[in-house]
Design a binder for this molecule. Structure first.
Ligand code: UD1
Ligand code: MG
Length: 427
């Protein structure tokens, strides 16, 4: 279980949850445990609402005022947004309940960046991504009623996308409970992507960038099965890259929230600027899957933001990565998506020596925490978190997380700038 996972993770005996039956039996009985496992801290809703308003204002302005979007399409987007809002409140309610249940099954972790302080001894409920995943799936399934006709081609791909996301949630939760070895963990998303790859009936062609056409000798290239391989690899990359850019309170969900907001802005700008119904439908499809993810993720962030009262688990990181890969594939904007993922690409490149086994890879590649000063210092482990600490000096966990999220937002802004600069010239 996750408890086992963390036991192997830490060299500090005090940070080791029970590993075997005896140890579990030695745990206080639920009645005695009550004072040790108090209810989780209330959600930081004020902060989340302010953060949401920052995004919602321009987003709604683009949908309702700026672009002349087809009425039916706008209706579907707004119904989906309404469902997502309901999903936000449902997730906020569900997380404390689910927290009690996961704690009861010893699914908890210790906050490593607080080791040596009283907060570092608190059992933090783990894998709360499961609450997000369940609410998300219910919303996404129910939404079909409001949008698609029974014979729609989109319905097949939409359900294949949901099957992949659902399979990923299952495998992520399995990993949280069983503590799958790292190298097996890496390939789990390729299995989860199968429903989508098998059902995918869209085109397998790519448009050659204009500057390269004279060299390639064609405008459109059919990649055939290689395109499906690319789709599978994208799913493996998106899921794992979110999962390894982690370990600070709020970072896993925070990066997802920033990327999801950028995806939605991109989708609505593309819909607004296009007259091609199929192109608009592809981006609308992405909106239908990303809006509920953003809403449920914000609910999770209200508990996971510093100081975290719950951890998200690999259930969440895999779910978020797979959802974004799926919409990038089916919306045909995977290049844009990869630029949104710039910090994750950098983190992956920094991680390569350890992932490939050239350099020793400890269970946790986190910074060093000084309980006296409350500051984090970068270690030699190859992560963007450590790189930022080495480049910008010691930081508190919260300020480092904010800095990394600003960097994420800058990468998204850079992507929009690049698209604007290259428009018409590149494709
Ligand atoms: C990945 C990283 C690992 C990193 C971990 C943190 C690689 C190869 N693996 O492993 O280096 O340490 O994520 O999530 O890069 N935790 C905190 N504070 C947080 C979030 C998590 O202390 O804000 C700790 C808790 O003990 C929690 C555990 O990390 O229980 C979860 O780790 P897990 O998601 O299982 O690690 P991996 O995804 O395998
Ligand atoms: Mg993880």
């Amino acid at each position: 279980m996750a408890a086992r996972k963390r036991a192997s993770a830490s060299s500090d005996a005090s940070a080791k949850p029970p590993r075997n039956e005896e140890a579990v039996k030695a745990e206080p009985k639920p009645a005695e445990a009550a004072p040790i496992d108090p209810p989780i801290a209330p959600p930081k809703l004020g902060f989340i609402l302010k953060l949401s308003a920052l995004f919602l204002a321009p987003y709604l302005y683009l949908i309702l005022r700026h672009f002349d979007i087809d009425r039916e399409l706008r209706r579907s987007i707004l119904i989906n947004a309404g469902l997502s809002l309901a999903g936000f409140f449902a997730t906020v309610k569900l997380i404390p309940v689910a927290s009690r249940y996961v704690l009861r099954r010893n699914l908890f972790g210790y906050d490593i960046n607080k080791k040596g302080t009283p907060q570092g001894t608190v059992k933090v409920p783990e894998s709360l991504g499961i609450a997000v995943g369940i609410v998300y799936l219910v919303l996404a399934i129910v939404f079909q009623y409001f949008n698609f006709t029974a014979d729609s081609n989109w319905l097949v791909e939409y359900n294949a996308a949901l099957a992949s996301i659902c399979f990923m949630i299952l495998l992520g939760f399995t990993d949280d409970v069983l503590d799958v070895p790292w190298r097996v963990k890496l390939i789990l998303p390729s299995f989860a992507a199968l429903p989508l790859l098998m059902a995918y009936a869209g085109h397998t062609t790519i448009i050659i960038p204009k500057p390269l056409i004279p060299y390639v000798g064609m405008e459109i290239l059919d990649l055939g099965w290689i395109y499906k391989l690319y789709m599978g690899l994208l799913a493996v990359f998106c899921t794992n890259s979110i999962n390894i850019h982690a370990g600070l309170n709020g970072l896993e969900v925070g990066q997802t929230v920033v990327i999801a907001a950028a995806i939605l802005l991109h989708n609505i700008i593309q819909i607004g600027a296009s007259k091609d119904p199929e192109y608009m439908q592809a981006h609308a499809f992405s909106i239908y899957l990303v809006q509920p993810m953003l809403a449920t993720s914000l609910a999770l962030l209200s508990y996971n933001w510093y100081p975290s009262s719950v951890f998200v688990g690999d259930t969440y990181t895999y779910f978020a990565g797979m959802t974004m890969a799926v919409v990038g594939i089916l919306g045909h904007y995977s290049e844009t998506l990869l630029i949104f993922f710039l910090p994750q690409i950098l983190n992956f490149l920094l991680s390569l020596p350890q992932l490939a086994g050239f350099v020793k890879c400890p269970r946790h590649r986190l910074p060093r925490f000084d309980p006296q000063s409350g500051l984090l210092t970068g270690t030699n482990d190859g992560t963007l978190v450590n790189f930022f600490l080495r480049a910008f000096g010691q930081k508190t966990e919260k300020s480092l997380c904010i800095l990394l999220l600003l960097f994420q937002a800058m990468a998204c802004g850079f992507c929009f700038l690049l698209r604007w600069l290259l428009a018409g010239w590149y494709k």
